[in-house]
Design a protein around this ligand. Structure first.
Ligand code: ATP
Ligand code: MG
Length: 333
């Protein structure tokens, strides 16, 4: 069974098509990353899956429940961490957790035990009595993750969980998500525009652009889909460069070799695998290899291949996390 399943989801805001036929399946227990630039439709999809807005057409099942027809059941099965920070500044961490636990009709002891467990896991137990207003951005995010899990949902949905956080806090959030995923056997769906985040957390990544899924696979699978390859640079001495090029070119995984002074620039399928063999070949001809560098394909290369532009360009213009829903390209009627 799939934790989340969507079929041809379309969402229109007036004349603007924010989602243009999104179909995806997230198996139970998986961490699924939805990677896309500003305005791609990530929050729109999250809002549909979390029953906040209705799709214009198409269907979505979350934990087996229809998001349009079985809202209460969907809400009981999911925990949500929205894009904008939504923890109330004038409550203490403990009060905030308790209010949310009461929404789910949890008894007093159950609430106390679960909140204590969660605050310990997110490293906020010592600060539980302090106002959220005194927390750092990273602490608020951790509290919001704990809040999303208070009723032991089987699916956690996070919209850009680390946006605006410094790299260190971002890593703390990643570790936390991994920890909860194992401890609670969670299915996680997260959106992000950080390549590194999608790459380090996700079993499968879908790239979304202008409301369409343009690619969906494991990170490794996505990298295999693009023609660009890894690049190895080997700087050598004690050998004729023509001969070195010939020797390296003969290796089965090498697709092209260029020579720049004493450096061979080698395009290859799997750089890490090929390096030892290439170095051995050159050494067997009496060459010395004085420098080795490897530039592996990144998710950034994959993104550029499928969308025609780097995601960083978009990131620079990204302002919408302040609003949560995205700044419309054109306000809907
Ligand atoms: N309530 C709304 N009314 C009109 N248009 C909207 C509304 N909400 C979103 N949009 C538009 O729908 C498109 C998708 O927006 P969405 O917020 O889903 O993108 P996103 O991928 O979450 O972007 P971001 O990375 O900036 O959060 C955008 O063009 C956005 O301007
Ligand atoms: Mg968004």
């Amino acid at each position: 069974m799939y934790a989340i399943e969507t079929e041809n989801l379309v969402k229109k805001y007036g004349g603007l098509t924010a989602l243009d036929g999104v179909s995806l399946k997230v198996p139970e227990g998986e961490c699924f990353g939805l990677l896309g630039p500003n305005g791609a439709g990530k929050t729109t999809l999250i809002r549909i899956l979390t029953t906040l807005i209705r799709p214009t057409s198409g269907r979505a099942l979350v934990a087996g429940f229809d998001v349009a027809k079985e809202k209460a059941s969907v809400r009981g099965a999911i925990g949500v961490v929205p894009q904008a920070m939504t923890s109330d500044l004038d409550l203490t961490g403990l009060e905030l957790m308790d209010i949310y636990a009461r929404f789910y009709d949890m008894g007093k002891k159950e609430r106390r035990d679960r909140i204590d467990e969660l605050l310990t896991m997110v490293g906020l137990r010592e600060r539980a009595g302090d106002l959220v207003a005194t927390y750092s951005g990273g602490m608020r995010r951790r509290l919001e993750i704990a809040r999303g899990l208070v009723h032991r949902p089987s699916i956690l949905i996070l919209d850009e969980p680390t946006i605006g956080l410094d790299p260190q806090s971002r890593h703390v959030v990643w570790e936390l998500l991994e920890k909860f995923r194992k401890a609670d056997k969670l299915t996680i769906l997260l959106t992000t525009h950080y390549m590194e985040e999608a790459e380090s957390l996700s079993d499968h990544v879908a790239i979304i652009d202008y409301g369409r899924i343009v690619a969906l696979d494991t990170v490794e699978g996505l990298k295999k889909q693009i023609p660009q390859k890894d690049t190895i640079e080997l700087t050598v001495s004690n050998i004729d460069m023509g001969k070195a090029k010939e020797e390296v070119s003969a290796h089965s995984s090498v697709s092209s070799v260029a020579v720049n002074e004493a450096t061979l620039i080698i395009s290859v399928d799997n750089g890490a695998n090929a390096i030892p063999e290439l170095v051995d070949r050159l050494k067997s001809l009496g060459a010395k290899v004085t420098r080795v560098t490897l530039k592996e394909q990144t998710l950034e290369d994959v993104f550029i291949h499928f969308t025609g532009r780097p995601i960083r360009e978009e990131e620079a213009r990204k302002v919408s996390f302040l609003l949560g829903a995205g700044v419309p390209r054109q306000w809907g009627k």
